[in-house]
Design a protein. Structure first.
Length: 128
């Protein structure tokens, strides 16, 4: 349990750092300034990933058949908390540029893929 979780999390950390540095480089290359903290977005999504996957992993030890439902509920909660935390960045600006819109969506989908991959592999290991 712990080995599976931390080995996958280490992989997620490495990929996240590479993608964050690439994201910053691309934004600097096109000369785009963000109206919000991109690092804050990545930290929020990583924290949510950590909490969601750890919760699902702990639930898997007690109720393995409920892991999928817990994951779905946690994703909806994550999106709600994201909107609450970053509402001024998302809704406060008059008009977001395309680069700013992509900078909001890319980390969200990136970590959604990480979470879905982890939970999917966990549910598939239950069937084996």
């Amino acid at each position: 349990m712990i080995k599976r979780f931390f080995s996958f999390t280490l992989l997620v950390v490495m990929v996240t750092v590479i993608l964050y540095v690439t994201h910053i480089y691309i934004l600097g290359y096109i000369g785009e300034e963000m109206a919000f903290s991109l690092l804050g977005m990545y930290i929020f999504h990583f924290s949510a990933y950590f909490i969601i996957c750890l919760s699902v992993e702990l639930l898997y030890t007690r109720l393995p058949s409920q892991v999928g439902y817990a994951y779905l509920a946690s994703v909806f909660i994550k999106i709600g908390v994201f909107v609450l935390v970053f509402k001024s960045a998302i809704f406060g600006a008059e008009d977001l540029s395309m680069a700013e819109r992509l900078s909001i969506v890319v980390p969200m989908f990136l970590f959604l893929i990480f979470e879905a991959t982890y939970c999917g592999r966990l549910m598939n290991s239950q069937q084996a």
